[in-house]
Ligand binder design. Structure first.
Ligand code: ADP
Ligand code: MG
Length: 270
């Protein structure tokens, strides 16, 4: 597969100063979208790019916890009747999450149009400055938020996260199908196989294929989209997410190498 041919140089994202919007999606929940979004964003930033991250998972925002920013509230000002939101900056990334504006202890009982307005505000009303990449962590599935984001902004490309398990692959296929629909038409930058195998900390050379082997790679081959790499199920990844210090920040981790390679494959396509 010629990975450079899929995404035509897309420099008008509809968000002033933002060169590329990268949507991270999956069919199923809990497969590692947020983990991939966060570490991919940081990996892109480590290559020297200016990176922003939007957590658009309105019903289950994870970015505040993963960056250790649970109690942060972005500054918002009114200017000539317009709201300006200041993204929060951490580890060199500019961040906004729906979670910064809602009570973490309360469910979000919003209907479609409200959700749509809120998500658009994260793009339009924030001072993103100059960004090479704005990574968007989407909710699972193919719902309102996906339609809002892809219809409101020319998304440069989508990164699809799946586990090797059949139920996840089937949903990932639907997710890919949605982006490929003529009315949506977002190029698929590739598939990430997360939880590709399990490696216990005390047996680092052992690989257990608990969700099956190679399913994500196979899906990429069948659909003729790039494969962006496999990420094992390791305790360090969930621990670092909960601790608010994503694993890519750890120079010694083998995961850093894997996410840097993923970032390289994404950067190749813009
Ligand atoms: P999603 O955004 O798709 O719902 P998350 O990124 O929140 O998924 O991941 C779901 C849970 O699995 C989180 O607790 C996360 O820390 C954990 N997790 C994700 N990927 C891995 C991995 N490769 N190894 C270990 N834990 C992981
Ligand atoms: Mg998530």
């Amino acid at each position: 597969v010629n990975m450079t041919s899929r995404v035509t140089s897309q420099k008008n994202t509809g968000v002033p100063g933002v060169k590329n919007i990268i949507a991270v999606a999956s069919g199923k929940g809990g497969v590692g979208k947020s983990t991939v979004s966060v570490n991919l964003a940081l990996a892109l930033s480590k290559t020297g790019a200016k990176v922003g991250l939007i957590d658009a998972d309105i019903y289950g925002p994870s970015i505040p916890i993963m960056f250790g920013l649970e109690n942060e509230r972005p500054k918002a000002t009114q200017e000539n009747g317009k709201t300006r939101i200041e993204p929060i900056e951490k580890f060199g990334i500019k961040l906004l999450s729906i979670g910064f504006f809602t009570d973490p202890n309360q469910p979000v009982p919003w209907r479609g149009p409200m959700v749509s307005t809120a998500v658009k505000q994260l793009f339009n009303d924030a001072d993103w400055g100059e960004l090479d990449y704005l990574v968007v962590d989407l909710p699972p599935g193919t719902g309102d938020i996906h339609i809002t984001v892809t219809q409101s902004f020319p998304v440069t490309g989508a990164v699809i996260v799946t586990t090797p398990q059949n139920v996840a692959l089937a949903d990932a296929k639907k997710g890919i199908g949605m982006f490929m629909m003529p009315a949506i038409n977002v190029p698929i930058m590739g598939v990430v196989e997360n939880m590709a195998y399990f490696t216990p900390e005390e047996l680092p050379d052992n690989k257990y294929y608990i969700f099956g082997q190679g399913g994500g790679k196979k899906l990429a081959e069948i659909l003729d989209v790039p494969f962006l790499g496999e990420i094992p199920l390791i305790k360090g990844i969930s621990d670092s997410g909960d601790a608010g210090r994503p694993i890519v920040l750890d120079e010694d981790s083998v995961m850093t190498t894997a996410f840097m390679e993923m970032a390289r494959r994404v950067a190749q396509q813009v």
